[in-house]
Design a protein around this ligand. Structure first.
Ligand SMILES: [Zn+2]
Length: 81
C-alpha cells in the first residue's frame, strides 16, 4: 500500500498515512485533528525514478564533456571517455 502525505492548509501540520490508491482522498474529507482546518494531499514524486531520468536526459552529455576535460588535464588518468 502506498504512503500518502497530507498537509493541513490552515496550520501546516503534515503527516503520512497508508492508503489504497482508491482511498487516498478519504482523509481529505476529515478536518485537521489539530485545528479542524482543511486537508490537502501532497503530490508524491517518485524521486528515485525522476532523478535517474533527469540524470540521463539532462546531464549525460555534460558529464562526458566534464570527463574529457578531466582526462585532458590529467594525461595519466585511466578515465575512459
Ligand atoms: Zn490544522
Amino acid at each position: 500500500m502506498p504512503t500518502y502525505q497530507y498537509e493541513c492548509k490552515d496550520c501546516g501540520s503534515s503527516w503520512e498515512e497508508f492508503h489504497k490508491v482508491a482511498e487516498r482522498e478519504a482523509p481529505l474529507k476529515v478536518p485537521c485533528r489539530l485545528c479542524f482546518g482543511e486537508i490537502k494531499l501532497i503530490p508524491q514524486i517518485p524521486s528515485m525514478i525522476s532523478m535517474r531520468d533527469g540524470w540521463q536526459r539532462h546531464t549525460s552529455d555534460g558529464w562526458k564533456d566534464r570527463l574529457k576535460e578531466i582526462k585532458k588535464n590529467n594525461p595519466g588518468s585511466t578515465i575512459d571517455v
